[in-house]
Unconditional design. Structure first.
Length: 219
């Protein structure tokens, strides 16, 4: 199995047509491989649109696509998700799923079902783009170097010009001395590789973003 995450957490990058061409070429050489495509941020992209693995004919019958109502509608604590797969794979997935999870509670299912008729995913993308742009604008005069953010609601930043601490220690100090929480990127690496990068979440109200940015600009 090959596992991909698109749009990507924590980097906020999205796969391009060239990426999918390369992936398709790999899978053609190894017909026994199944693709697991984590696309939980599929509706949170900005300048470039998200490309689903299920739009690629050479991947369609070998792909399990996982997505999330929780991520899309900003109710992550509800843990409501879904997956799409060809029947031959879904049959095997159900054998495990019915004994591992069984079902999400009915109240969440009804709420999501009714909300789908009230909201447009395009509105969600626009809202998060405004949040991203506003947060980046607020940090213009900070010493953080903001990396590209093409999707998700996360902003990766380098603090290399501020400190030579490892990212875990820097994030601890951000909380204790400045009251701003961030995630060290090394925690996403199996070998804990430290690139002096941290991740902020901008899925917050504007007042929170403004106060956080004020504190970050004073570092």
């Amino acid at each position: 199995m090959i596992i991909i995450n698109n749009p990507h957490n924590p980097t906020g990058r999205i796969l391009t047509e060239l990426d999918f061409e390369a992936l398709g070429n790999i899978l053609m050489k190894f017909p026994q491989i199944i693709l697991l495509s984590d696309e939980v941020y599929e509706y949170i992209t900005f300048e470039e649109k998200h490309i689903s693995a299920h739009t690629r004919s050479q991947l369609l019958n070998r792909c399990v696509m996982v997505s999330s109502f929780g991520k899309t509608f900003h109710v992550t604590g509800w843990k409501v998700g879904y997956l799409v797969a060809p029947e031959c794979l879904m049959k095997e997935i159900k054998k495990v799923h019915q004994f591992l999870v069984f079902s999400i509670n009915s109240i969440c299912q009804v709420a999501i079902s009714e909300y789908l008729d009230l909201i447009s995913v395009q509105e969600i993308s626009s809202m998060y783009k405004e949040k991203r742009d506003y947060f980046r604008l607020l940090l213009t005069n900070s010493r953080f170097e903001l990396k590209p953010c093409e999707g998700t609601y996360f902003q990766v930043a380098s603090y290399s010009s501020i400190s030579h601490e490892n990212d875990v220690e820097f994030c601890k100090r951000l909380i204790t001395e400045h009251g701003v929480a961030a995630i060290p990127i090394s925690t996403f690496y199996a070998d804990k590789k430290d690139l002096h990068l941290i991740r902020f979440c901008f899925a917050k109200d504007n007042a929170t973003l403004e106060e956080a940015a004020k504190r970050l600009c004073n570092i």
